[in-house]
Design a protein around this ligand. Structure first.
Ligand code: NAD
Length: 469
C-alpha cells in the first residue's frame, strides 16, 4: 500500500510546501537492505552513569560492529571510560565543541540509584541529541523498577521510561527512534540480540518501547545470515499482509515455513509458500478440528515445530449497541480463542520443541481501546493477558511474546475510511505508517536463538503511536 504524501514531501516541491504550511514532513525510514548488513555503522557514542553494570557488555556488543565508538566523559554524573573496553575513544563533553555526528547514542543507566543521579541523562543527551543523524538510534539500558529494593532506585529507574518516550517524540522528525531495555539482575549475557535489533534498520518502526530481558537459555552458535536454519515455523494468516511478510522474513533467516490460511485464500497462500519452498495448510483456525489438524500436520512432516506465529486476525467493526452477535463471536474466536486452543494442543502433545517460540499479534487497539472495536480490542487485550499468563508457566526454554502493531500498510488498513487512514498514518512520532516487514522483523528478533531472555513482552511496532501506551 502506498503513502503518496510521504513520497510527495520528500520531493523538493513537497518539502517546501510542507515547510510553508507547517505540515508533517516524515523522513523515509531506512530498512534492512542485505542480511549481512552490520547492525550499526558510522559513529556511536556510549555513555554510562557511575556504577553501571551493563557498560562492559555494551562495549563488547558495539565493538563487534564496524562503527567508530566514543565514550562520553567530562561530567561528574558520567562514568569514566574504563569499563567500555579499548575500542572506545573518550569524548570530553564538558570541554569539546561537538563537530561530529552520531548514528546512535547508547546510555547505560543501570547504575542510577537515586532521582538526583538522573542528571546523567541531561549531561549526556543535552549536548549530543542534535548531533544524531537521520534514522539514528537512542538506546537506554536500565533495571526493572519492579525488582529494585529501594523506592528511590525504583523511581529513578522508572524515570528512564518517561525520558525515552519523550526523546522519541523529539527525534521522530528525523526518522530516528528511542527505546529502553530493562535488564533483570544478571541478565547481561542476554542483551546481545535486543541491542543488535533495536540499533539496526530492522527496528525502523519500533519506537518508544520498553523491552524487559531476563536470564534465558544458553545461546548456541548460529549462522549470522541464517540464524533460524533448521527451525520449523507455523505462520497463520500467511497468504497476504503481515502474515506473508512474516513467512518471507522467517524463511529469509533460514526457517522452513508452514503457511496456514483459510481455504478461500489457497491460491495466494500457495504463491507465498511456493516462493519459499515452504508448505501450505488450509483450514479455518476456529474450526473445532483445526488444532488437531495442525498438530498432526506438524508431527507427520517435521516431528514438531519450533515457532508458532499466531498472526491470523479479523476486524468486524460496529459500535457495541449496533453490533450483531456474530461480529462479536467471530472476532473473539479468530483473534483470541483459536490461539489458545492451538497452543494447548501443541503443548499437550509436546510438539513445540525445546527453546521454541510462541508469538501472538495483539494491536494498539487492545492497549488503548478504539471506537467501534469493542470486540477487537477485547480480543487483542486478551492476547496480552494470555501472553503474560503463559510466560510464567512455559518450560523447556519456550518463550511467548506479543507484537502490538500500530498502523501498518496492509489490505486491512487500506479498507479503512480515508480520514481515519490518514490520521492513523500521521499520529505517531515518525508521521507515517509501518510496513508489514517491520512487524516481521520484530518477530524474527523474538525467534532468534539469542533471544531466549525475552519472555512475556508486548512490544508495539507503531512508530510511537499517540494511541496506546
Ligand atoms: P489481513 O486481513 O491482510 O490478513 C489476515 C490474514 O488472516 C488473511 O490472510 C486471512 O485470510 C487470515 N485469516 C483470517 N481469519 C482466519 C481464520 N479463521 N483462519 C485462518 N486464517 C484466517 O490482516 P493484516 O493487516 O495482515 O493483519 C495481520 C494481523 O495483525 C492480524 O492479527 C491483525 O489483527 C493484526 N494487526 C494489524 C494491524 C494493521 O495495521 N494492519 C494493526 C494491528 C494489528
Amino acid at each position: 500500500m502506498s503513502d503518496l504524501y510521504l513520497r510527495f514531501v520528500n520531493t523538493p516541491i513537497g518539502k517546501t510546501a510542507a515547510q510553508t504550511l507547517g505540515l508533517p514532513a516524515p523522513v523515509p525510514l531506512q530498512r534492512l537492505k542485505r542480511t549481512d548488513q552490520p547492525f550499526i555503522e558510522g559513529q556511536v557514542l556510549l555513555g554510562a552513569a557511575p556504577g553501571g553494570r551493563a557498560i562492559a557488555s555494551l562495549g563488547r556488543i558495539l565493538g563487534a560492529s564496524p562503527a567508530r565508538l566514543f565514550h562520553a566523559t567530562g561530567r561528574d554524573s558520567l562514568a569514566d571510560s574504563a569499563g567500555a573496553g579499548n575500542a572506545c575513544r573518550p569524548l570530553d563533553l564538558a570541554n569539546t565543541e561537538l563537530t561530529t555526528t552520531f548514528n546512535a547514542l547508547v546510555f547505560d543507566g543501570t547504575g542510577i540509584r537515586t532521582p538526583e543521579q538522573l542528571r546523567a541523562l541531561y549531561d549526556l543527551f543535552h549536548p549530543t541529541l542534535r548531533t544524531l543523524e537521520r534514522n539514528g538510534r537512542v538506546l537506554l539500558v536500565g533495571l526493572d523498577p519492579g525488582q529494585c529494593r529501594k523506592a528511590p532506585q525504583a523511581a529513578a529507574q522508572h524515570a528512564l521510561e518517561g525520558f525515552t518516550r519523550s526523546v522519541g517524540k523529539e527525534i521522530g522528525r528525523k526518522g530516528a527512534t528511542a527505546n529502553l531495555i530493562r535488564m533483570a539482575p544478571g541478565a547481561d549475557a542476554w542483551l546481545d540480540s535486543s541491542m543488535r535489533f533495536l540499533l539496526s534498520p530492522r527496528a525502523a518502526y519500533v519506537d518508544g518501547q520498553v523491552v524487559v530481558i531476563g536470564k534465558g537459555a544458553d545461546t548456541p552458535a548460529t549462522n549470522p545470515v541464517a540464524p533460524l536454519s533448521g527451525k520449523v515455523a507455523l505462520v497463520t494468516g500467511a497468504s497476504r499482509g503481515i502474515g506473508e511478510a512474516i513467512a518471507r522474513t522467517l524463511a529469509r533467516d533460514g526457517a522452513t515455513v508452514i503457511g496456514l490460511d483459510i481455504p478461500a485464500a489457497r491460491d495466494d497462500l500457495e504463491r507465498v509458500t511456493g516462493d519459499l519452498d515452504g508448505h501450505s495448510l488450509t483450514c479455518d483456525i476456529t474450526d473445532a478440528q483445526a488444532p488437531k489438524l495442525i498438530a498432526e500436520f506438524a508431527e507427520q512432516h517435521f516431528g514438531g515445530l519450533d515457532f508458532v506465529i499466531h498472526n491470523a486476525g479479523i476486524t468486524r467493526d460496529k459500535t457495541l449497541a449496533n453490533m450483531p452477535e456474530h461480529f462479536w463471536d467471530m472476532t473473539l474466536a479468530v483473534n483470541l480463542v483459536a490461539e489458545e486452543r492451538i497452543d494447548e494442543e501443541l503443548l499437550g502433545r509436546d510438539l513445540l520443541r525445546d527453546n521454541g517460540r510462541i508469538v501472538c499479534i495483539s494491536s494498539i487497539s487492545g492497549i488503548a481501546g478504539n471506537f467501534g472495536q469493542t470486540n477487537y480490542a477485547t480480543a487483542k487485550a486478551g492476547v496480552i493477558g494470555y501472553v503474560r499468563g503463559m510466560a510464567r508457566h512455559l518450560k523447556r526454554g519456550i518463550t511467548i511474546n506479543a507484537i502490538a502493531p500500530g498502523f501498518i500498510e496492509t489490505q486491512m488498513t487500506a479498507a479503512m475510511p480515508v480520514t481515519l487512514r490518514e490520521a492513523g498514518r500521521r499520529m505517531n512520532s515518525l508521521s507515517q505508517g509501518g510496513q508489514p516487514v517491520d512487524v516481521a522483523e520484530a518477530i524474527a528478533w523474538y525467534c532468534h536463538p539469542a533471544s531466549s531472555g525475552i519472555n512475556g513482552n508486548v512490544v508495539r511496532v507503531c512508530g510511537q503511536s499517540l494511541i496506546g501506551r
